[in-house]
Design a protein around this ligand. Structure first.
Ligand code: HEC
Ligand code: HEC
Length: 366
């Protein structure tokens, strides 16, 4: 009899162990299947290259999207990237200059995030960052923005089961590192594409510009010849806001000031020839991204057009492309656009609004 009870006990113990092992197995996370992320880029947009060591995958983008909207990236868990880069505002924040943790006032206006995949370098208003992967640490550690240490971000994410699963899905290991955080965020940012504005549709032959938009487009690209009297008036805008991205991705001094508080590119190169040079911003969704310029000094597009038309400051630092825009041989000279022509240019700029982009659930908070 005692022999049987011993045997029963033994069987019971074995069953218990087997069950325990099964429970442990259940707790172990399993990586979800991954695949390359399909980017849908129409022909009117240029070619791009992405870093070889950071291909875009479905799970990488999903992790990046969660991180983009994750407040744990900031020191007091109050703001995420998405707090300053708001989708409905073309991924800027509608403020003159950005507001960081503890309501700290930043130095510059939050940039609109759009079509970053086509930007090979010159990130930030002053172009000081060399690439998306390089850029991401700045806002996290900037004392006026998120003011957090990467080690603390990693500790906080490690304590969150959701991230163990998301990192496992994206990288086949639960281990969280700075490199993995950066790469996933960059992957997500590369998917933030605006490709379906009225102007895109026009370029594809699917939309006909109104008469005013058509006039505005001509004026936008028209480059008056400073040496030929009575050449057609134009805004000369397309010299810098060029191509289907509406930017040359280069830095210029566009004549906003003659005394300089923000030195722009000079701040990190130390070269006077870089004084107050800022990167030409894309004009995509410009209708939604007010206020304008690196310091948000203009509240409306009307004010921007007035600036380019009537108030350009010609100093030794002003870009030659601004000077060449003058249609009188003597410089400095104003563009001389009529009020109706400024309105036409603004109407053209509004064809760059992409309503699909600002409501696309793929870019929204998960
Ligand atoms: C407190 C507001 C704030 C937060 C939070 C913030 N940003 Fe920004 N972002 C800015 C400002 C301001 C700039 C322009 C800074 C400059 O030029 O010096 C900028 C610029 C950028 C740029 C450069 C875009 C370009 O075209 O060059 C990228 C990319 C970017 N932010 C991504 C992010 C990501 C990713 C996060 C989260 C990790 C983030 N930002 C968090 C305010 C913010
Ligand atoms: C010499 C190159 C150049 C020319 C020509 C030029 N721009 Fe700009 N544009 C820039 C640069 C650089 C900035 C950013 C300047 C800054 O923030 O300090 C800018 C900023 C802007 C902004 C604000 C964008 C934002 O996100 O805040 C608008 C709008 C704009 N330009 C429209 C125009 C229009 C319209 C014309 C023609 C009338 C024009 N630009 C001509 C280089 C140029």
């Amino acid at each position: 009899m005692r022999k049987y009870s011993f045997l029963l006990l033994l069987i019971f113990c074995v069953l218990l162990l087997v069950n325990c092992a099964k429970e442990i197995e259940k707790l172990k996370l399993v990586a979800a299947a991954d695949e390359p992320y399909q980017l849908d880029i129409p022909v009117q947009l240029p070619n791009y290259t992405i870093p070889e060591d950071n291909p875009i995958t479905k799970n990488g983008v999903e992790l990046g999207r969660n991180l983009f909207y994750e407040k744990k990236l900031s020191v007091d868990n109050t703001i995420s990237c998405g707090s300053c880069h708001v989708q409905s505002k073309g991924f800027t924040d509608g403020k003159k200059v950005s507001i960081g943790v503890r309501n700290q006032v930043g130095k510059r206006s939050a940039m609109a995030l759009v079509n970053l995949i086509f930007l090979p370098k010159n990130f930030f208003w002053d172009g000081r960052s060399t690439g998306l992967e390089h850029q991401i640490i700045f806002p996290i550690t900037d004392p006026l923005e998120m003011d957090e240490k990467i080690e603390n971000v990693i500790t906080k994410l490690n304590a969150d089961k959701k991230y163990k699963q998301l990192f496992l899905n994206a990288y086949q290991t639960e281990e969280i590192t700075q490199d993995k955080i950066v790469k996933a965020l960059a992957q997500f940012e590369r998917t933030i594409l605006s490709t379906n504005s009225k102007y895109d549709q026009y370029l594809q032959g699917k939309y006909i510009l109104t008469a005013s938009e058509e006039r505005g487009k001509k004026l936008f690209y028209q480059h008056p010849d400073g040496n030929v009297p009575n050449t057609p008036r134009g805004g000369n805008c397309g010299d810098c806001h060029s191509g289907s991205l509406q930017t040359d991705n280069l830095l210029h001094n566009n004549g906003l000031d003659d005394t300089f508080t923000d030195l722009g590119k000079e701040q990190f190169t130390g070269l006077a020839s870089d004084r107050a040079k800022f990167r030409t911003p894309s004009l995509r969704n410009i209708e939604l991204t007010a206020p304008y310029m690196h310091d948000g000094r203009f509240a409306t597009l009307e004010e921007v057009l007035d600036q380019y038309n009537d108030h350009v400051k010609y100093t030794q630092y002003t870009d030659p492309l601004m000077r060449a825009s003058n249609f009188s041989g003597t410089l400095p000279q104003e563009l001389g656009l009529l009020p109706s022509e400024k309105k036409d240019i603004i109407n053209f700029l509004k064809t760059l609004t992409d309503s699909e982009f600002i409501s696309n659930p793929k870019f929204a908070q998960p």
